[in-house]
Each structure stands twice: as structure tokens, then as C-alpha cells.
Ligand binder design. Structure first.
Ligand SMILES: NC(=O)c1ccc[n+]([C@@H]2O[C@H](COP(=O)([O-])OP(=O)(O)OC[C@H]3O[C@@H](n4cnc5c(N)ncnc54)[C@H](OP(=O)(O)O)[C@@H]3O)[C@@H](O)[C@H]2O)c1
Length: 376
């Protein structure tokens, strides 16, 4: 019997379909399950009611945003094969939830936010302890363990002083990446000083100001706003061997990666709590009409009292690591190509973020030397 901890250890080693098949976890092919109105079961043809009794994996289903199973979902469905009767329900739930991410390969960008029912990720004072429950914390730590790098925006680094390490499950700590174009995150923050994992401080040129950086922290000084464009950041990290990237918040950072088509998957955990006001989660220049809304393929599952939405953004991101392409057009992603973001006509940036994207990429983020003598 494959139990949950064995399934998790297997998941941590898998980065391709071949590896999943070799581990006996994957049998590719069309899903045999039927559409059930509220979404299509994706786990070994189980019924919704069976799934609901399985704790962490309860209530799983794949559907479009209208709650209907669809042809596209069926086409992409796979059956996670742990040999019926030979796998515990908890292990089955883990495979259902994380195998799609593992199968995305060594280069995948994914984000996670925990929010209130009314769409806030923190109170109006910035308190986010905790929006979602213990199960979601476990999920977040699993996502970290599957990532090479975990990225936060300056707002989160300032407000939360997060550790960004893997503590609720087994797994290696990812490299911690702080996006700080204006150098406003104090260097006494734990992410820079606790030494529990490597940290990359990504700062705008001139804002590092020769400040002494603690050992174990690498500084990446980027020349201009375009180098901070999400796709360019993904490429920059990939060139450093950081191909699997978790964008952990906050709302501005995740929204920008989503809006600029740099995310493969987005996990949103919704807690049954109303805040009325607060720090918003996903915000981007939305469509005028509902028919133009982004409707990604989703899977839902229960995380204790919370509900996890796993959005497959169907991104075909060619990292093109030798660069040199005009990346400006990605912000104006063609909404007619099926299920993508509809932006304002010019692909304008969000109202509350820097307006310096959408340019041809300037070459040459440059390196600085610091503490341990490494160049990054
Ligand atoms: N519930 C959750 O899941 C969750 C998760 C994380 C955080 N939070 C909460 O969210 C709040 C912070 O979120 P937030 O939306 O206000 O801020 P944020 O996303 O953490 O940080 C945004 C800032 O990061 C920098 N940044 C991020 N991406 C960038 C890019 N591609 N290019 C250039 N700069 C970039 C910018 O810094 P500058 O402003 O200096 O230009 C930007 O304004 C906190 O209260 C925290 O507690 C909640």
C-alpha cells in the first residue's frame, strides 16, 4: 500500500511524464470519468461523493469556470495510477493534487494566494496571520518543496517578514527571491539574516546603494523596469538553474505575473471569512463583458474549511533563454486565442503598479559582488 508519505517522496522526484510512468504513478490516456455538472472527477474515475470522504483531497473536480466539465478538460485528463487497492486515499489525494504540477516539467511558474470570500489576502492593516487554515499552510509548504525558487514582492517581505522555508512537510528549501526594485526591504528582515536558505535580493540598479548584504544573500541588480517584467524574471531565474518558480505573493506580484502571461498554474485558497476591506488578491485590467472573462480550467478540492481552486492557465511559455525577442507583446495577449487574459487594448499595466513594462527587453542585468565573494 502506497501511503501518503511515500507518495509525497515520489512526487518530489518527478519532473516528467516518463519519470511518473517509471514510478508507476501515471497511465496516460483519456479520462473515463463522466461530466457531473459540478465538474469532472479526475482521480481514478472516482465519484464526487467518494472524493468528499477523503479528507484533504475531498471534493476534487475539474471543470471550466462555469462548473461544467468540458471537452478541453477531458482531452487533458490523465489518470493517476497507483494501482487500485494499492494506494491509500491520502496518497491518492496527494497525487491528484500535485502530479499535474510535477508533470509540467523542470520549468514551470506557479502562484498561490490564500484569500477571504470577498477577495482579500490580508486585512486593511496588512495582517495576514492567518487568512486560511492549517491545511492550506501544509499545501503552501508542499508547493515550496516542489519549487526551486520562491518569489515574494517587496510588500510581503516588509509586511510579513516571511521565512519562506519548508517546515510543514519534507523537502528542500527553495531559493528565496525578493523583488525589490526600490530597495525598500530592510536588510534586517529574516529572509536576509536567518541563513536558513539562500536568498536572492533582486533590486533596481542604484537602489542597492552599496549596502552591506549578509552572507548567504546574493544581489541581482537589474538595470531597468523591463528587466523586472515577469517573463524576463522567469528567464533570469531559469538561467540560474531555478526553473520551477513559486510566486507566493502578495496580490500585486501575483497579479502582475498572471496579467503578463507568466504563470502556468494559479492556486487560490478561499477561506469562509469576510473582511469587507483589506489588501486585494488578484487584480488586473479586466474585460468590459462577462463573455470576455478569463475562464481557465479549474480543479477544486477541500482543504479543511477552505476550498482550493487549482487553475490551469494553459500557458505555453517559451523561455527562449538566449533572449533577444520582443517581449512587449506578451502583455497584449490575444484574447481570441482561447481562454487567455483580455487586457486593455494597449495591454496597459495595472493601475497601481509600475508602468515600465511592455518594452523590448534591455539586455544586461548586471552582477554585483558581495559578502561571500560570489558573483550573481
Ligand atoms: N494571504 C496570502 O496568501 C498572502 C500572501 C502574501 C502576502 N500577503 C499579504 O499581502 C500584503 C502584501 O501584498 P501586496 O500586494 O501589497 O504587495 P506585494 O505583491 O508583496 O509586493 C508588491 C511590490 O513588490 C515589488 N514587485 C513585485 N513584483 C514586481 C515586478 N515584477 N517588478 C517590479 N516590482 C515588483 C514592487 O515593489 P515597489 O512597490 O517597491 O515598486 C511592488 O509594489 C501583505 O499584507 C501580506 O501580508 C498575503
Amino acid at each position: 500500500m502506497l501511503d501518503a508519505s511515500q507518495a509525497w517522496e515520489l512526487l518530489r522526484t518527478i519532473r516528467s511524464e516518463a519519470e511518473a510512468e517509471a514510478a508507476g504513478l501515471l497511465r496516460t490516456g483519456e479520462s473515463e470519468s463522466e461530466s457531473e455538472g459540478q465538474g469532472q472527477s479526475q482521480g481514478q474515475g472516482r465519484s464526487e461523493s467518494q472524493s468528499e470522504s477523503e479528507g484533504e483531497g475531498g471534493g476534487e473536480g475539474v471543470s471550466d469556470a462555469n462548473g461544467n466539465g468540458n471537452a478541453d478538460a477531458q482531452k487533458h485528463s490523465r489518470q493517476w495510477q497507483g494501482k487500485p487497492g494499492n494506494i491509500s486515499p491520502e496518497a491518492d489525494a496527494l497525487l491528484d493534487r500535485y502530479l499535474p504540477l510535477c508533470l509540467a516539467g523542470p520549468q514551470v511558474t506557479f502562484a498561490q494566494l490564500g484569500q477571504s470570500l470577498d477577495g482579500f489576502i490580508a486585512t486593511r492593516t496588512g495582517d495576514a496571520d492567518y487568512v486560511t487554515g492549517e491545511e492550506d499552510r501544509g499545501h503552501l509548504h508542499r508547493l515550496r518543496a516542489l519549487a526551486d525558487a520562491v518569489v515574494v514582492g517587496a510588500g510581503t517581505a516588509v509586511a510579513d517578514d516571511p521565512k519562506l522555508t519548508v517546515r510543514a512537510c519534507s523537502g528542500a528549501n527553495p531559493v528565496r527571491v525578493v523583488l525589490d526594485p526600490h530597495g525598500r526591504v530592510p536588510l534586517r528582515r529574516g529572509v536576509f539574516t536567518d541563513g536558513s536558505a539562500p536568498t536572492l535580493w533582486v533590486v533596481g540598479a542604484g537602489h542597492e546603494n552599496g549596502r552591506a548584504v549578509p552572507d548567504g544573500v546574493d544581489v541581482l541588480s537589474l538595470p531597468d523596469g523591463d528587466a523586472f517584467a515577469p517573463r524576463n524574471l522567469v528567464r533570469t531565474l531559469a538561467r540560474r538553474g531555478l526553473g520551477r518558480v513559486l510566486i507566493e505573493g502578495g496580490g500585486i506580484t501575483v497579479s502582475r505575473f498572471l496579467h503578463e502571461r507568466a504563470l502556468h498554474r494559479l492556486y487560490v485558497t478561499v477561506a469562509p471569512v469576510l473582511l469587507g476591506d483589506g489588501i486585494p488578491g488578484i487584480r488586473f485590467a479586466g474585460p468590459e463583458l462577462m463573455r470576455d472573462a478569463l475562464r481557465p480550467r479549474i480543479r477544486r478540492s477541500a482543504l479543511g474549511e477552505d476550498t482550493l481552486f487549482d487553475l490551469d492557465l494553459d500557458l505555453d511559455l517559451d523561455l527562449d533563454l538566449d533572449l533577444g525577442r520582443d517581449l512587449g507583446r506578451v502583455a497584449g495577449f490575444d484574447p481570441g486565442s482561447g481562454g487567455g487574459l483580455r487586457t486593455t487594448p494597449g495591454g496597459e499595466p495595472l493601475a497601481d503598479e509600475h508602468a515600465d513594462t511592455g518594452q523590448t527587453r534591455g539586455e544586461g542585468e548586471h552582477s554585483v559582488h558581495h559578502g561571500d565573494g560570489q558573483t550573481q
